[in-house]
Design a protein around this ligand. Structure first.
Ligand code: PMP
Length: 394
């Protein structure tokens, strides 16, 4: 039977990781996979997470199943982190999921269940996994203009025209902050314009927020999500703890369904529970428990916030250094966008050939669409990358 299966395209980013591993050059630089790295190239366990883990080992008395939506305390703590006071708790249904990917997947499932004809509008470009999951699920995808190749900022006029075509029963997928793969983001005025448009068309927003705290700060990065959640009749929010808690392999995420009418909360919660049951039953608990402990303990939370802030400002500094070095080498301001972008990624705007040249000649690994992971840099590698960018003729 299984001989009828056809080969699936390999994940390009995972392939790049492998190629990097196999490259014998010592001075190679990995700007590929979306994992935070410190100046020494390590992805450390965050201090507060480690402390919570130690505590947990002492106090945890059972590994019996949690609830289908995970521990409700996790749902409450993480939805507060994302939503702040923008939406009262009674309007939010939430279910823990295996990572932000799981939250996206469950969200798409809820959309398909509610409306099998729904089209999902996605930014061009978007995180490739959005596209492959939607394709796998047979959900039609409509790309909307997002990245302006000239300015390397958001093509906001194009975006508004394109998402204006989404109607009631369709979904517009937005990145909450730190857009992956471009690094170009909406400002709050633009978020408001998007909200006004969605209110007019009746299309439902779904927001994927995987990098809260990596852009302009934990609160600032959530402003767009909060505005949407407090303005529209219903929306979905997929949150990931992989990056901002550094717990990638623990698979910790949350899908939230927010409704302006609190009487809908119960049905939403039942639906989320049902969908977890069908797809994997109980969600992973370990990472979720650590996140809950960190968020609900003043000292751990303060330490965690300080560490996220240090990661964020470190990445900003690298952005500024790179932009400055490129200004010096190119004698122009055309790379200024790197300092404007936010989050872990920037799309450089290099051609696939130029990306290849940088890999072959300089051992610099970035994704084929010229997405680079800023956290893969350090003070020493910034000038090397800048020179490679200029040499490749970007
Ligand atoms: N959404 C986006 C846009 C992402 O970049 C990521 C991480 N690569 C995720 C969701 C989910 O990540 P995870 O499943 O590891 O939590």
């Amino acid at each position: 039977m299984f001989e009828s299966l056809t080969e699936q395209p390999p994940d390009k980013i995972l392939m790049l990781m492998q190629a990097y591993k196999e490259d014998p050059r010592e001075q190679k630089i990995d700007l590929g996979v979306g994992v935070y790295k410190d100046a020494e190239g390590r992805t450390p366990i965050m201090r507060a997470v480690k402390a919570a883990e130690k505590q947990l080992w002492e106090v945890e008395e059972t590994k019996a199943y949690t609830g289908l939506a995970g521990d409700p305390a996790f749902g409450e703590a993480l939805s507060r982190l994302v939503l702040g006071d923008a939406v009262p708790a009674g309007h939010v249904a939430a279910a823990a999921t295996p990572g932000g990917t799981g939250a996206c997947r469950q969200g798409f499932d809820m959309i398909r269940m509610a409306n099998p004809d729904a089209k999902v509008y996605v930014s061009d470009p978007t995180w490739p996994n959005h596209l492959s999951i939607l394709k796998h699920m047979g959900i039609p995808v409509v790309p909307y203009r997002y990245f302006d190749d000239e300015t390397r900022g958001v093509d906001f006029d194009g975006m508004m025209v394109d998402i204006g075509r989404a109607g009631a029963g369709d979904v517009v997928l937005l990145h909450g902050c730190c857009h992956n793969p471009t690094g170009a983001n909406l400002n709050l005025t633009q978020w408001q314009a998007v909200v006004d448009l969605l209110l007019k068309t009746g299309a439902v927003p779904m927001i994927d927020i995987a990098y809260q705290g990596f852009g302009d700060g934990l609160e600032a990065d959530a402003e767009g999500v909060r505005l949407v959640a407090s303005s529209v009749p219903e929306c979905l929010i997929a949150a990931s703890c992989s990056k901002n808690f550094g717990i990638y392999r623990e698979r910790t995420g949350l899908l939230m369904a927010v409704a302006s009418d609190p009487s809908r909360q119960k049905l939403h919660q039942q639906t989320l529970n049902y969908l977890n049951r069908q797809n994997f039953s109980f969600p992973p608990d370990h990472g979720a428990r650590l996140v809950t402990m960190v968020l609900n303990d003043d000292a751990l939370r303060a330490d965690w916030q300080a560490e996220v802030e240090a990661m964020r400002t470190g990445m900003l500094k690298l952005r500024e250094q790179l932009a400055q070095e490129l200004r010096r080498l190119s004698g122009s301001d055309r790379f200024g966008f790197i300092a404007q972008h936010r989050g872990m990624f920037s799309r450089l705007g290099a051609t696939p050939e130029q990306v290849e040249t940088m890999r072959e000649q300089h051992g610099i690994y970035m994704v084929g669409d010229s997405r680079l992971n800023i956290a893969g840099l350090n003070a020493k590698s910034v000038p090397v990358l800048a020179q490679a960018i200029i040499d490749a003729g970007v």
